[in-house]
Design a protein around this ligand. Sequence first.
Ligand code: APR
Length: 249
Amino acid sequence: MIGMLKKAAEILVLSKRTIALTGAGISVESGIPDFRSAGGLWEKFDPAEYATIDAFRANPEKVWEMLREMEAIVLQARPNKAHIGLGELEKMKCLHYIITQNVDNLHQEGGAKNVIEYHGNSATLSCLTCGRHYNASEKREEYLPTCRCGTILKPDVIFFGEAIPAKAMNRSFQLASAAEALLVIGTSAAVSPANTIPGVAKQNGARIIEINKEETHLTSSITDIFLQGSAGDIVPRLVEEVRGVREQA
Ligand code: APR
């Protein structure tokens, strides 16, 4: 692993355009369960009943049961060493953008500035009837947050069946097309179109460095360096290696 960490660090130091694609796995060590590992969220809540836009329209009360349970966990969560390490790489100009599938805001709280929220975020709510917007914080006391027009509000996270925000989609495609290096951290790469980003980067010549507890379908197909283990352990070690390579340069 040491040799591979050093190789990955050398790639990051040489790359002029490095991006990261992160998934729920990067926040597991902050206490937020991921979706598809054993004990993950989709074991408890069937995504077909809780995570599609049709399910929300049909039964918002039921979907808010899951949303409030997730919210209680996210409100307790703090950035872990992986989030903080990516913030440090950004400060060292060895990471230029993070494209995250997560809606927990932990990259921003961990110091990263250039974060694209591919699946929206949970900080604001919208009314599907009249289009009004609210801050989630001002509606926290209402178990079922309701709009002035009487409609139950929806968080601005992207449900299955909803389009990715156009700005996030276009910017991510642009960045992936120009990247020289891509860090893929804590994602099963199971969900489209987020999972097309690594392929776009690879096609355009980027080196792919994957950090995950276990192999994914990317590992044997497009990953150049696979650093197996938990993000909270590997990312800080990678940051230290980058510091070392920069000092030798
Ligand atoms: N360190 C590194 N990787 C981890 C860790 C950890 N501590 N814990 C779990 N993982 C890995 C798992 O092995 C898995 O490959 O993170 C990945 C998490 O995969 P998913 O649970 O599928 O989460 P994600 O890839 O983010 O899902 C994508 O699916 O349900 C939708 O919208 C939801 O954004 C989500 C999307």
